[in-house]
Structures are given as structure tokens and as C-alpha cells.
Design a protein around this ligand. Structure first.
Ligand code: SF4
Ligand code: SF4
Ligand code: FES
Length: 231
């Protein structure tokens, strides 16, 4: 396989460049991350993030032949022989495939990603019916990899103002949670021309999500709630 990989070390390089690596996957190298590790053995200056290697931590999100995804769950067998790897689009590059996620997490924290409930805590947990719990399916599984937000043109243009699909999916995750009492405050926080309404339903986010989640559906549910409370 040939990997063409984006390289940039701001301490040494005047500008980014692409570097090619020829790697021969072994039978045990099933995922793109295995092959990337092989490239790093050839050239230990190559930098990328990874941790769990099983699609749970979200740290090895990169742009693979033009589409965002997780290297650890992208099968080598599904890739062509020539693969081009770049950092996630739209975020500042720290080095090679490593991007600065500060703005992404700022938007995530801006939606208050925790249950707000001012009732005195019960002796045991706050209960939900199975149906209430099911409302959170398709929302709680997000691993915050940023594949969606960094494939969204609205987020590229306004990363400081538009919450982006990942943050909005999480906003709805807490709005939909029957244990949460801050729905109205959460909707106030999103009722703004940029924070929510910069989503133009382009749906790149749905296509990019490696966990098969649907941020657009969550965004539309929030829009519906805002319309309902206005009438
Ligand atoms: S549907 Fe909305 S959030 Fe998703 S990519 Fe399009 S503009 Fe971005
Ligand atoms: S919604 Fe999907 S693509 Fe977006 S951050 Fe969560 S897991 Fe990643
Ligand atoms: S290394 Fe954790 S999601 Fe890929």
C-alpha cells in the first residue's frame, strides 16, 4: 500500500507537504491504524493520535481519501492501494495529523453537557422508564471524535459561533433526558442566528459519523421545539 500523509511540523517546516510511505500490511494488520503504526515504525517523526484502537475514544479521527473517519475501525480491505491521509479539515494543525480540538470542546461545553436537576438528590439513582431511556438511543453513543463538525461547511465558516453537529447532538441528548429540568434554558441558549440556525441541513455530518449517529435529526428536533414554543 502507498500512504500519502500530510506532514507539518511548525517548528521546522515553512509549509505543509505530503510524504509517501510504502507499507506492506501483514495478515494481522486489519485496520488502517495498524498500517499507520507501520509507517511510524519507518519514520518515528510521523505524529498522530490514537488510544483505544476500537472506535471508543474518538482520538484517531482523520481525513481518509477525502472523508472523515476513525483509522482504527476503517478496514484495510475496504481501502484502495493508494490512501491519502490528512488532518480533520477546518481545525488548526498542531503537527502532522494532530489537530487542535480546543474550539470543538469549547462548543461542546457551551451546551452544558450534564443533567441539570435542582430537586434534592434521591437516596438512589433518578429513575427513568424503559421508554424514557430509549429516547436517548442514538444520542448518548457519541464519542466526540469531531468527524461530523469538521465535515460541516457551516462549522468551517463559523467555528466560534455555530455549535456544530456534535455539540447540537449533545444539546438534544440532554433536552430529551427526562431527568433534566433545564429544557427552557437550553433552548434559550440555542435560539440565535448562529448557534443552531447556521445548520442548513447539508447532512455531511450524518455521512461522516463513524458511529452511524444522525446529528441532523437531533438538530431538527431542537428546531421543532423552538417553533412549538413560539406559537
Ligand atoms: S446538517 Fe447541519 S450540522 Fe450537519 S453538516 Fe449540514 S449544516 Fe452541518
Ligand atoms: S456525532 Fe458521530 S461524528 Fe459527531 S462527534 Fe459524535 S461520534 Fe463523532
Ligand atoms: S483509537 Fe480510539 S477511536 Fe480509534
Amino acid at each position: 500500500m502507498k500512504l500519502s500523509i500530510y506532514r507539518f511540523d511548525p517548528d521546522k517546516d515553512e509549509r505543509p507537504y505530503m510524504k509517501d510511505y510504502d507499507v506492506t500490511p501483514d495478515a494481522s494488520d486489519r485496520m488502517l491504524l495498524d498500517v499507520l503504526v507501520k509507517a511510524k515504525v519507518q519514520d518515528d517523526s510521523l505524529s498522530f493520535r490514537r488510544s483505544c484502537r476500537e472506535g471508543v475514544c474518538g482520538s484517531d479521527a482523520i481525513n481518509i481519501n477525502g472523508k472523515n473517519g476513525l483509522a482504527c475501525i476503517t478496514r484495510v480491505a475496504d481501502l484502495p492501494r493508494h490512501v491519502t491521509l490528512r488532518p480533520l479539515p477546518g481545525l488548526p494543525v498542531i503537527r502532522d495529523l494532530i489537530v487542535d480540538m480546543t474550539q470543538f470542546f469549547k462548543q461542546y461545553h457551551s451546551i452544558k453537557p450534564y443533567v441539570i436537576n435542582n430537586d434534592p438528590p434521591p437516596e438512589r439513582e433518578r429513575l427513568q422508564s424503559p421508554q424514557e431511556r430509549e429516547e436517548l438511543d442514538g444520542l448518548y453513543e457519541c464519542i466526540l471524535c469531531a468527524c461530523c463538525s469538521t465535515s460541516c461547511p457551516s462549522y468551517w465558516w463559523n467555528p466560534d459561533k455555530f455549535v456544530g453537529p456534535a455539540g447540537l447532538l449533545q444539546a438534544y441528548r440532554f433536552i430529551a433526558d427526562t431527568r433534566d429540568q433545564a429544557t427552557s434554558e437550553r433552548l434559550d441558549n440555542l435560539e440565535d442566528p448562529y448557534r443552531l440556525f447556521r445548520c442548513h441541513t447539508i447532512m455531511n455530518c450524518v455521512d461522516a459519523c463513524p458511529k452511524n449517529l444522525n446529528p441532523t435529526r437531533a438538530i431538527n428536533k431542537i428546531k421543532e421545539l423552538l417553533v412549538k414554543r413560539a406559537v
